[in-house]
Write a protein that binds this ligand. Structure first.
Ligand SMILES: *Cc1c(COP(=O)(O)O)cnc(C)c1O
Length: 469
């Protein structure tokens, strides 16, 4: 299996090669030349596999250049019982009215980013060791990516992590989780700006080919294809857990920001997994919901990006969206390029002619959830099911309710545990979320972070002074 760019300007490359890159050299994103298909008999043969072995089956179709025995060892190291707080790794719990919670937040940082990042940490070390080289990871986080990357890569040989976060825009718990790491290869940089601006710095520095090559910059943000591939696994696992036989359909509801999580669902569906609908939930930053409602994609400026109580979804330019648009225009890189040229010129593009296909061909529908919705959904879910959900998951549950169909399980992806966002839990229920025992005193630990202006020059200097050579 080889990978090409959504904008057509990259010679086909192997999984291990795109693993260490960010954007493709032409500014596009790496995508498989053709997607692997999983037929019904193969799918049935995967019932009952431990999560790590299911991950091997799915990922072996994407990472074809890694020998099978090595890949199996990597997935077993990534999806170990000791790293996850659940024997199933990804538990499925019933809610009400045919809805279920797919628990993606049992990993070390209590959010779904661990699902992909634990694998990435293993496969990075594997590829770097074999190539005898080092890598400096540059990323931006709205909270959960950063901590998941840092926990997956802390202390790993040959890798340093430079993680930009928006100063003052993460929860106290998120800050404590990231900034309390004392490993010398982990660098927290808080910039005076919003997530999209931090992301722009990452794009600027990774887009500077001389700088990128000189300092061997790599990426772990959600444009990294290996993350998308690793996330495909839990859609298969969710389907296998919620069904008993061939061909049964399941819908998934996905709290969305950078469009990475739901893109993995789209890939799983295209591989042949019987997914009825992919329900995209946004918060007040509803650029994606607007697109699925109108066909017009109109990303917003940082000043129009609200700080909400589901902060990991405060994104107005979803970096993975281009991969979905590539499929919408039938893998035509010239059209993808033209659409992004439209955005650069007019601030938007218009695919309203394709609107009927969004649901009919791809199963996509969308909805918005507001702060008031989050609070009432947290409360009603707690009152009716005795289950405490976090604000992002609440956005998913709220929008999922609009699309539940009889006889079709609706799996809401639990993207974080409530303890991470206790301020909002307290606003909803009048009492804070109980902290997980192992992390009870996290917020009292000393923190290690460098605060700087939100400009690429400052970040560049910092990397030059601290990078692994
Ligand atoms: C990252 C994140 C999201 C959004 O996922 P995307 O892949 O960026 O769409 C939702 N909820 C939580 C808790 C997250 O950490």
């Amino acid at each position: 299996m080889k990978y090409v760019s959504t904008r057509g300007g990259m010679a086909p490359q192997a999984f291990s090669d795109i693993l260490l890159e960010g954007l493709a050299p032409d500014g596009g994103l790496a995508v498989p030349e053709t997607l692997p298909r999983v037929d019904a008999a193969t799918l049935e043969s995967w019932r009952g596999l431990p999560y790590a072995d299911l991950a091997f089956e799915v990922l072996s179709r994407f990472a074809t250049d890694i020998p099978a025995d090595d890949l199996r060892a990597l997935t077993r190291a990534a999806y170990r019982q000791e790293a996850f707080n659940s024997e199933d790794i990804v538990p499925l719990r019933p809610l009400h009215d045919g809805m279920h919670l797919l628990g993606l937040s049992e990993g070390p940082t209590l959010a779904f980013k661990d699902m992909a990042m634990q694998f990435l940490g293993q496969v990075f070390e594997y590829v770097l060791t074999r190539r005898g080289t080092t890598l400096n990871i540059l990323g931006a986080t709205s909270g959960d990516t950063g901590s998941a990357a840092e926990y997956a890569l802390r202390g790993k040989r040959g890798v340093a992590v430079f993680m930009l976060s928006p100063h003052g825009r993460m929860s106290a718990f998120q800050r404590a989780q990231m900034y309390s790491l004392q490993d010398e290869n982990i660098h927290n940089i808080a910039v005076h700006g919003v997530f999209d601006e931090a992301q722009d710095i990452v794009k600027a520095l990774s887009g500077d080919l001389a700088f990128k090559t000189r300092w061997r910059l790599g990426a772990v943000n959600s444009i990294n294809w290996a993350r998308i591939a690793a996330q495909v696994v839990y859609y298969f696992h969710g389907w296998l857990s919620a069904t008993t036989g061939t061909g049964q359909q399941v819908s998934f509801a996905v709290p969305s920001g950078n469009f990475g999580n739901i893109l993995s669902g789209h890939i799983a569906r295209r591989m042949g997994l019987p997914i009825r609908r992919l329900v995209l939930a946004t918060n007040e930053n509803n650029v994606l919901e607007e697109f699925f409602r109108t066909g017009i994609y109109r990303p917003r400026a940082p000043a129009q990006t609200y700080a909400t109580s589901s902060p990991s979804m405060d994104i107005s330019r979803a970096s993975n969206f281009e991969r979905f648009v590539y499929d919408l225009v039938d893998a035509d890189p010239a059209r993808v390029k033209a659409l992004w040229d439209d955005v650069a010129r007019d601030g938007q593009f218009d695919l309203s002619a394709e609107l009927p296909r969004f649901d009919a061909d791809h199963g996509f529908v969308a909805g918005v959830s507001t702060h008031a919705d989050r609070l009432s959904t947290i409360k009603s879910t707690y009152d009716t099911c005795g289950v405490l959900i976090d604000p992002h998951t609440a956005d998913g549950v709220k929008v999922a309710r609009q699309y539940v169909e009889p006889g079709i399980p609706m799996l809401v992806l639990e993207t974080a545990l409530p303890a991470k966002f206790s301020e909002t839990i307290e606003a909803a229920l009048g009492q804070p979320a109980p902290p997980p025992a192992a992390l009870a005193n996290l917020e009292s630990l000393p923190q290690r972070v460098t605060v700087m202006d939100c400009d690429a020059v400052s970040v560049r200097r910092y990397i030059e002074a601290h990078a692994k050579v």
